[in-house]
Design a protein around this ligand. Structure first.
Ligand code: IMP
Ligand code: MG
Length: 197
């Protein structure tokens, strides 16, 4: 447990959770990403697309760290994993309310794991003719990649462990932890089989 744990993390008694990234580390890194994005988009409006549900916590902090005009919209995706391998089956459960034509688009995602979800999503969004499209992901598990995905802004590269907190869930639990924790004694198969986004 880090010294600076706050909120739910400070009070958690769940012994199956091990803190991997503290709330303070996450906030510091998001501010850095915000500065980098601010510098990379010197003018105009940036269209942020938050992938529900996990990325909404990251989006809220990242948007406030970007010192440019931003617009926000949400997209719901569901992906199904079978055991340790992803089936590659991805479904849009909520589409965008806005057109992307001629917009600078930044897709905001919680974690890139197999890459199946983002590989599919970027393919769909490119057909909507944005001026540019990039990805910001708070976490990246490069060892797990099955499909290629170019992530322009990565918060942290992490090892192949199932993590929860800061938006990430296990069976819808733990999203409101302000730190990112490894969920121990959770077999990768079980985690994959119940993976939600
Ligand atoms: P993909 O395998 O890259 O398609 O990952 C799709 C989604 O699975 C991510 O957006 C997350 O919502 C979820 N996911 C992947 N790894 C983890 C994890 O370690 N913890 C919680 N959710 C995860
Ligand atoms: Mg997600």
């Amino acid at each position: 447990m880090p010294v600076h744990a706050t909120g739910y993390t400070a009070f958690m008694t769940d012994t199956s959770l091990r803190v991997l990234l503290s709330a303070e580390q996450i906030q510091t890194r998001i501010k850095e990403l915000g500065q980098q994005i601010t510098a990379d988009y010197p003018s105009g409006t940036l269209q942020l697309i938050c992938i529900l549900k996990g990325a909404c916590f990251f989006l809220a902090d990242l948007a406030r760290a970007i010192e440019r005009d931003v617009r926000v919209d949400f997209m719901g995706i569901s992906s199904y994993g079978k055991g340790k391998t992803s089936s590659g089956e991805v479904r849009v459960t909520k589409d965008l309310d806005i057109s992307l034509e001629d917009s600078h688009v930044l897709v905001v995602e919680d974690i890139v794991d197999s890459g199946v979800t983002l590989n599919y999503l970027i393919h769909i969004l490119e057909q909507r003719r944005p001026k540019s499209i990039h990805i910001a992901a708070l976490l990246d598990k490069p060892d797990r990649r099955l499909r290629p995905v170019h992530v322009t802004y990565v918060g942290f590269r992490i090892p192949d462990e199932f993590v929860v907190g800061f938006g990430l869930d296990f069976a819808e639990k733990y999203r409101n932890l302000d730190a990112i924790c490894v969920l121990e004694d959770s077999p990768a198969d079980a985690a994959n089989a119940t993976k939600t986004v």
